[in-house]
Design a protein around this ligand. Sequence first.
Ligand SMILES: [Zn+2]
Length: 154
Amino acid sequence: MKFLLENNLAKIAKWLRFLGQDVKVLNGPITLEALLRNRDRAFITTSRRWERTLKNLGMTYLVVPRECWEAQLCMVLRSFRIKPDLRLNRCAYCGGDLRPVNKEDFKERIPPKAYDTAYDFTYCERCDALFWKGLHYERMVNMLREALERCGSG
Ligand SMILES: [Zn+2]
């Protein structure tokens, strides 16, 4: 499933990308034009205002609660039966594909401590971002697990 997210849902956009989903975030307000351009995507929104339009366009959509990102994420995972496995194959910033790289090739960009202890280095060609697994990765795994437990999806 490919997703289109309202622009105030950037927080869960990041998580959905960590889970390997194809996510696009609107960079402005919701417009008919933007919806038409992304008809093939499931639209995630906090507003019911576009419901009639979405139905008319035959678009798949989901209205999530406005405030709590944990509840938002849980609802998306449950509704679209997404497994909460951190696949980390997509860039958290732009959604581009990540490819595995050798840390030796990026030595000057990696803090020495991460260089020594981190693993699974990946690179996004689209936006020139570099990622790796380390302590922050383990924190993320815990954060996700706790979020899912809190809303009963764990
Ligand atoms: Zn990127």
